[in-house]
Design a protein around this ligand. Structure first.
Ligand code: ADP
Ligand code: MG
Ligand code: MG
Length: 886
């Protein structure tokens, strides 16, 4: 089995086997770029090691063979006392992962070869001893778990003794002394001398890389980022080149474009006379890459040429790491660089302009999550605001508010109209009311799948979790961070995208992307690279997609906004809110009606109100389909809660007031009480039990449509019956509705469709029968998930989903993203059997999943006609529907 690949044998497609770093080093080698020779030990070798606890058979021999080849090529032997070959040992998984073993440089140095290295470098003792002390430090820390501070402390002492802050002031003698000090530290912590055998150093370092795959932080990170646990890491063994050979040497990092804004230009940092980690470690001040032009024009020009070449080759923004050894440039790493959401769009647009990619590819390069991020308001940060802590961006948004530490206080202050940020170590189900009341949630513990994070995302609330610099003291109502104390009543600002926490109120800036969608920024006429790029990519997505995108909207206002956002109709107009407010009394009358006459009177009073609601919505959605769902929730939801009513009655009786009406109400509430309302008298069941209720709604819809048509508009109502589980239910409702529609519509030309929601598992499984009575299906995936899993949506997310996520029972809440295997299967069955029974059956989805990127792809695959989502998610759904095609 082949476990070791020379750089010349790999390429960038082999990331699974060679890891990202190894695959790209191979790619650069084969492009003819100056990469120090080396080889990569595969992820398969790592997997085998982790499975058995020892190196797989054959690995040692293959390493030996590749090392010998390397030695031949370089004309040196590893750790040779006269002229040592030195190597770095670098981890490199498919995904870069904090917490895994970093790099060990200068492997092969020992008490003898350090002398040879110096001689080869023209008697540069300082360089040789500096390299040696780095080896002991990195090897000790990363391979043998010697606490890094001890080495740093010894280094500080050496500098202190010399009266300097700059490590460049340490001379060869100082560094030699430091090597001795480091060796003592090593011995003290490991109980053995620093290994002098070069090959042993190499083998131990390789093994440490393998084992770091299972380091606690790496495991945690993988879980949070949903990276599979069994990929393993590759190990790269790379010939050392030296940036610490003097002022004509150095090391740096660069991006081919600005990863924050996407702007073109030269972005990077350079540090002369330094090795590897110095640049990022910030021990000395780096200079902007542009200054390299003065220092070493030839290397600078070559570097720029290589960067342009890499961009042309990868057709994307690349980040790179390089070293200059005495005027000779070496490339040590490249990869397609991470970028912000804004930069992703801008760069994709630029690359199209430059002819490097086409619009289909540009559409690939961005995603709905990024677009969603760009639609949140942002903090307007100037120098005044520096973050005091950084946690995990658990639920995006920018929120400022008064700090509170308890749920009760959050509810209190919110009731006074204040914006509050609920601060806890971690949240639990008791915090639910506080979380609802708060504008944002900040916790000092827990990751992306903690209770706070899961619940906040479900609510669409800004949340920063796991900001562990913050010490929360709930009883004392304060937290401390960065030496400052924040007490209840102080204001903080949290950024749920970046995870950053600020003291004070950071001003908030509206999203330009939203302004563009709303039509207040014209992409053709403003100089805004982001808006232009979004416009261009969205236009392309719209041209490509097969799925239509509708919106869930209950009011004319929402309908109008969603239409500006590109909605092509309404997929779900709930009618519940039309029974609230001052109409509640009419509903009470309806519920309390004893005689048919009373009920009819109440319904007659509701009819014109409903009709006016629908007229407004049809007007806003002129020419587009509007799916109206007949009333769904149990009617007792429209009545006052039992306890409150009982108290009121008792108090009134005490005062001797006339309580006949309240008593009747109370009796009704008692009568209608349900242990499990979600599975009780609701949806179509209401329509079958309460005479005239659905009829009134159907009439209101039909009359509103006719009135729109008379006014010159085009209304396309689709009446949707909720919670159907059997075709007989639908047939009964349908028969009554058809009569009313025929009577109202007459020869107005209005066409009214009748269909049903598929949200009860039985409906999905008998879709072939139900389709006989339905002109359309709309998948209510919230309820379908709820009933498919037997999860009460209102209860389970906060109660135990965090644990399920932690255990990996699911990777994401099935309410956030559709469960393809289970609930998705119900959708598939219903779509297939429904269409088989009625070709041309219209299929859509109206659950929250309609705006979730992954779910949109699924609905595309299943062949639905449209998705429907909240107005704000409409652009995301349009984009993802386009991405599902290309
Ligand atoms: P990370 O994944 O943390 O970036 P790397 O393996 O890229 O770790 O190593 C960090 C740095 O060490 C590199 O940027 C480079 O400067 C330095 N380095 C690694 N290998 C070599 C080498 N063979 N010669 C010189 N410097 C090296
Ligand atoms: Mg690197
Ligand atoms: Mg439902």
């Amino acid at each position: 089995h082949k476990y070791v690949y020379d750089f010349s044998e790999g390429n960038k497609e082999l990331k699974d086997l060679l890891g990202g770093k190894g695959a790209n080093l191979a790619e650069m080698t084969n492009l003819g770029l100056p990469v120090p020779p080396g080889f990569t030990i595969t992820t398969e070798a790592c997997q085998a090691y982790l499975a058995t606890g020892r190196e797989p058979d054959g690995l040692a021999g293959q390493i030996e063979a590749h090392l010998e080849a390397l030695e031949r090529e370089m004309g040196k032997r590893l750790g040779d006392p006269q002229d040592p070959l030195l190597v770095s040992v670098r981890s490199g998984a498919k995904f870069s992962m904090p917490g895994m073993m970093e790099t060990v440089l200068n492997v092969g140095l020992n008490d003898q070869s350090v002398v040879g290295l110096s001689a080869q470098a023209g008697g540069n003792d300082r360089f040789a001893w500096d390299s040696y002390r780095r080896l002991i430090q990195m090897f000790g820390k990363t391979v043998c778990e010697v606490p890094g501070e001890e080495f740093e402390h010894a280094l500080d002492e050496a500098k202190h003794a010399k009266g300097t802050h700059n490590d460049l002031d340490l001379d060869a003698g100082d560094l030699r002394g430091l090597v001795d000090a480091y060796k003592k530290i090593f011995l003290k912590h490991t109980g053995r001398e620093f290994p002098q055998q070069p090959r042993e150093q190499l083998d131990l370092a390789i093994r440490a890389v393998f084992e770091s795959w299972n380091a606690e932080r790496a495991v945690l990170y993988r879980r949070q980022e949903r990276i599979p646990a069994d990929l393993g890491t590759a190990v790269n063994v790379v010939t050392m080149v030296f940036g610490n050979l003097g002022p004509d040497s150095g090391t740096g990092v660069a991006f081919t474009r600005d990863p924050a804004s996407g702007a073109q230009g030269i972005y990077g940092d350079y540090l002369a006379n330094a090795q590897g980690e110095d640049v990022v470690a910030g021990i000395r001040n780096t200079v902007p890459l542009q200054e390299l032009e003065q220092l070493d024009k030839a290397s600078y020009d070559e570097l720029l040429g290589i960067m342009a070449r890499l961009e042309g080759h990868y057709k994307d923004l690349c980040d790179i790491e390089f070293t200059i050894e005495r005027g000779k440039l070496w490339m040590l790493q490249t990869r397609v660089g991470k970028r912000t959401a804004a930069a992703a769009f801008v760069i994709a647009g630029q690359l199209v302009d430059e002819g490097l990619i086409d619009l289909d590819e540009a559409l690939h390069r961005v995603n709905g999550a990024q677009l969603a991020q760009l639609m949140f308001p942002r903090f307007q940060l100037d120098h005044e605001f520096q973050p005091v802590a950084k946690g995990i961006g658990a639920s995006p948004g920018a929120a400022s508010g008064t700090v509170v530490f308890t749920s009760a206080r959050a509810v209190e202050l919110a009731a006074e109209g204040k914006s509050v940020i609920l601060v806890r170590r971690e949240t639990n189900p008791d915090d639910l009311n506080g979380m609802i009341a708060a504008k944002g949630i900040l916790t000092s513990r827990g990751g992306k799948t903690s209770h706070a994070a899961v619940v906040a995302r479900g609510m669409g609330k800004t949340c920063v979790s796991g900001a562990d610099e913050i010490e929360v003291n709930v009883p004392a109502k304060r937290f401390t961070v960065a030496g400052q104390t924040v007490t209840e009543g102080d204001v903080v600002s949290i950024d749920g995208t970046t995870g950053k926490v600020y003291l004070g109120e950071v001003p908030v800036m509206p999203s330009e992307v939203v302004q563009y969608f709303e039509g207040s920024l014209d992409p053709e006429h403003i100089d805004n690279a982001l808006v232009r790029a979004v416009h261009r990519i969205m236009t392309h997505a719209d041209g490509k997609r097969r799925l239509a995108v509708r919106t869930n909207a209950d009011t004319g206002l929402d309908a109008a906004r969603a239409r500006r956002f590109g909605a092509e109709g309404i997929g779900l107009c709930r009618t519940e809110h039309m029974f609230l407010g001052d109409r509640r009394e009419l509903v009470e009358r309806l519920i309390l009606a004893r005689a048919p006459g009373e009920r009819e009177a109440a319904l007659a009073a509701l009819l014109p109100l409903q009709r006016a609601d629908f007229e407004e919505i049809f007007r806003e959605m002129d020419g587009l389909p509007v799916t109206v769902r007949l009333i769904d929730p149990p009617l007792h939801e429209f009545l006052p809660p039992l306890e409150q009513l009982a108290v009121n009655v008792a108090v009134a009786q005490e005062r001797g007031e006339d309580v006949a009406k309240e008593e009747a109400l109370l009796a009704a509430v008692r009568r209608m009480h349900e242990e499990n309302p979600m599975l009780g008298l609701r949806g179509v069941r209401l329509g079958l039990v309460i005479p005239g209720l659905f009829a009134m709604q159907v009439r209101a819809i039909a009359e509103a449509a006719v009135s729109c048509a008379r006014g010159g508009g085009v209304a396309k109502p689709e009446i949707m019956v909720p919670l159907v589980g059997a075709v007989q239910e639908l047939e009964t409702v349908r028969a009554e509705a058809e009569k009313i529609i025929a009577e109202v519509v007459g020869d107005s030309g209005v066409e009214v469709l009748i269909g049903t929601m598929i949200e009860v598992p039985r409906a999905a499984l008998t879709a072939g029968q139900i389709a006989e009575a339905a002109e359309f299906f709309s998948f209510g995936t919230n309820d379908l998930t709820q009933m498919g899993w037997g999860f009460s949506r209102d209860d389970v997310e906060g109660a135990f989903f965090w644990r399920y996520l932690e255990l990996g029972i699911f990777g994401i809440s099935p309410f956030e993203s559709i469960d393809r295997d289970g609930v998705g299967r119900l959708v598939r069955i219903a779509a297939e059997e429904g269409r088989a029974a009625r070709p041309g059956l219209k299929l859509g989805v109206c659950g929250e999943h309609g705006g979730d990127p992954d779910s949109v792809h699924f609905f595309h695959e299943v062949g639905l006609d449209y998705v429907s989502c909240s107005p704000f998610r409409v652009p995301v759904a349009r984009l993802e529907a386009g991405r599902a095609v290309v």
